[in-house]
Design a protein around this ligand. Structure first.
Ligand code: TMP
Length: 218
């Protein structure tokens, strides 16, 4: 009897307005075309309870949310998401394509808010155990480009209301993650033309797709 193939955990990251939604759809189509069983999800969110926590996180409010509350809410949503959705899907051999994951926590709560990386790492271990993305697509663009696109979408959420300097820190935080783990990340210049961004994404994911189709168990 052959072992079920292990699903791959693919995450997509980037600051606001870098084209995550468009390119998530593009990756979803790549997986459909390759006949790869998959689910698509997002963080914070992905289950009804985690989506409720997302709402608490993103809706602007008068009371200032303290940094630690923000961090713990992000991980509370993540614990639920992993338990209810991500692990079961990976165990069924499906791929999980997720719009943001813990790299966003290192970038937003760590680099952006200034919370300790050691604290985030220990929460990561506690909540995720060994679970880490197999491959992370980072859509990178100058902050001005992304902020202009996000602004054009209408009302800004609690994060989008942050200032330019906050997003500069977030972007730098993401780039530090890439430097620390270059083998996991696919760094894509999201300020280029969409067709060329998508060519790069397709080329970046092809080795994973080919290995899966060949029946590799890793
Ligand atoms: P979205 O706009 O990409 O849907 O994500 C909602 C916001 O949540 C986004 O501004 C980034 C923020 N976020 C964090 O601050 N930390 C995290 O760990 C995650 C997953 C998202």
């Amino acid at each position: 009897m052959s072992l079920p193939r292990k699903g791959r955990f693919i995450t997509v990251e980037g600051t606001e307005g870098v084209g995550k939604s468009t390119n998530m759809n593009f990756i979803r189509e790549l997986l459909d075309t390759a006949n790869i069983p998959h689910i698509v999800s997002r963080e914070p969110g992905g289950t009804p309870l985690a989506e409720e926590i997302r709402n608490v996180l993103v809706v602007p409010r008068e009371e200032k949310m303290c940094e630690l509350s923000e961090l713990l809410l992000v991980f509370a949503a993540r614990a639920q998401h992993i338990n209810q959705l991500i692990r079961p899907a990976l165990e069924r051999g499906e791929w999980v394509l997720c719009d943001r994951f813990t790299d966003a926590t290192f970038a937003y709560q760590g680099a952006g808010r200034g919370l300790s990386t050691a604290v985030i790492s220990s929460l990561q271990d506690m909540v995720q155990g060994e679970l880490r993305p197999d491959c992370t697509v980072l859509l990178d663009a100058p902050v001005d480009v992304g902020m202009a696109r996000a602004g054009a979408r209408g009302e800004l959420d609690r994060f989008e209301q942050e200032k330019h300097t906050f997003f500069e820190k977030v972007r730098a935080g993401y780039l530090e993650r890439v430097a620390a783990e270059p083998e996991r990340f696919r760094l894509i210049d999201a300020s280029a033309e969409l067709a060329s961004v998508q060519r790069e994404i397709a080329a970046a994911l092809q080795p994973q797709i080919t290995a899966y189709q060949a029946g590799s168990h890793v």
